[in-house]
Design a protein around this ligand. Structure first.
Ligand code: ATP
Length: 414
């Protein structure tokens, strides 16, 4: 499949997604900028109060907070479904007050909880809606729609001809995402898009969306009231109090150093556990067990309780215990399949959950680039060390920031 979306931010080492535990503002260009934005509704409610923040190009920012704190109002001001009472919002450098709302919305995909698919149109037709409106030829719009369905994990041949009511809730949300992306908008607004599905489906949708975002690198504002979702998806998180942002920071920083007692309370006492979601498995976390090949003769002595079994191409096949190694024949005749594996860069939470799911004492870690190359194994002890590393690194960063601040204060004349 060939996609024409911009992916420059993917290669940019200063991009927020590529710099772990970013505390500072992004160095990449701002795509969405709020400057002193206030929204007062006619009945006197101040939904958003003097809000200023920036979202970098290709960055995914989650807006999280309790019901009624102003998240949806913030989001709807970006595509001018709601007009601010005060302040200025710009998208890609243009003050949106001066942009025709219809033109503005062409560059902004919008995904909401109740997907709002047209019931009398097929999934493929639904997905092709915006390209049609933009005047694309029928063939081009349908080809694009098929490509998008594939990208969100639906088979265009199977699901494309169906009607929305013939899909599950999770599948409908995927169509909603595909439809929002169909005209290739640089900006995506997502308002609790996965709020109406059960936790298991939600988990799948989040994983699928993260994979998708790593390919398409849209600038995303994502509203949720679920701190776990905010932490898992966001490059940075805006934690809302009443109409104001209490903290705007990388997930690890929000978990590691809540800026106010309100944020600490919102994040919850189990924030150490939530940290598992934002700490990736790194190569240095892996152990190197003995390795044998599928067509090797059984080695008799492994020198360990088990060994990893690779196929001729070096891809993970399974494992072999010390007892199984003692017979005669080839490794392939005795090896067991290994289902507990993850790509490098998956979160420690995924690692922990995979261990539990497969009742495995360790998990294999493979190359994330799709080659399937075996890199090493993660054990519970190493998982614990990785978690400690993450906490220590954060404490160190925060201490460093304090030192930097002190030295500015002490060296500033006057
Ligand atoms: N049209 C309106 N008129 C008056 N007040 C409104 C209007 N729309 C929203 N509000 C109020 O503005 C505040 C912020 O609402 P908003 O929908 O932005 O919150 P939210 O954080 O998205 O909440 P939720 O998570 O429940 O969707 C709330 O107090 C809400 O009652």
């Amino acid at each position: 499949m060939t996609l024409t979306w911009a992916t420059d931010s993917q290669r940019n080492p200063t991009h927020p997604r590529n710099t772990a535990f970013t505390h500072s503002a992004p160095q990449w260009g701002a795509m969405i900028r709020f400057e002193h934005v206030t929204k007062r509704y006619p009945d006197g409610t101040t939904a958003v109060d003097d809000l200023s923040f920036e979202v970098a190009e290709g960055e995914l920012v989650t807006l999280v907070g309790p019901s009624g704190c102003g998240k949806t109002t913030t989001m709807k001001m970006v595509n001018r479904l709601i007009e601010p009472s005060d302040g200025r919002i710009s998208v890609d450098g243009r003050d949106i007050a001066a942009v025709d709302p219809v033109e503005l919305r062409r560059g902004i995909g919008y995904v909401i909880q109740q997907v709002g698919l047209f019931p009398h149109k097929t999934v493929l037709e639904n997905t092709a809606t915006v390209p049609h409106l933009l005047g694309w030829s029928r063939a081009r719009a349908r080809a694009r729609a098929a490509e998008l369905l594939d990208l969100v994990g639906l088979d265009p041949a199977v699901h494309g001809p169906r009607y929305p009511e013939q899909l599950s809730g999770g599948q409908r949300q995927r169509v909603g995402v595909a439809r929002a992306l169909a005209a290739d908008p640089p900006v995506l607004l997502m308002d609790e898009p996965f709020g109406a599905v059960d936790p298991v489906v939600r988990d799948h949708l989040q994983s699928a969306f993260l994979r998708l975002q790593s390919q398409v690198r849209k600038t995303v504002l994502f509203v949720t009231h679920d701190i776990e979702e905010a932490v898992r998806l966001g490059d940075r998180i805006a934690v809302y109090g009443q109409g104001r942002i209490e903290q705007f920071d990388a997930p690890a920083a929000v978990l590691g150093a809540p800026a106010t007692p309100y944020v600490a309370d919102f994040v919850g006492a189990d924030r150490g556990l939530k940290r598992l979601s934002v700490t990736p498995i790194e190569e240095g976390d892996l152990e190197q067990p003995p390795v044998v090949r599928l067509d090797d003769p059984l080695p008799r002595e492994l020198g360990a309780r088990w060994a990893v079994v690779l196929d001729a191409a070096g891809e993970l096949h399974g494992w072999l215990s010390a007892e199984q190694a003692r017979g005669t024949g080839t490794v392939g005749e005795r090896a067991r399949r290994m289902d507990a594996w993850l790509p490098l860069g998956a979160s420690l939470k995924q690692a922990f959950s995979t261990m539990l799911q497969h009742d495995a004492g360790w998990i294999a870690v493979i190359d994330p680039e799709g080659t399937g190359r075996f890199l090493g194994v993660l054990t519970p002890a190493r998982l614990h060390e990785a978690l400690r590393r993450s906490i220590d690194a954060d404490a160190h960063d925060i201490a460093r920031a304090d030192v930097a601040l002190e030295s500015i204060e002490t060296t500033t004349p006057g």
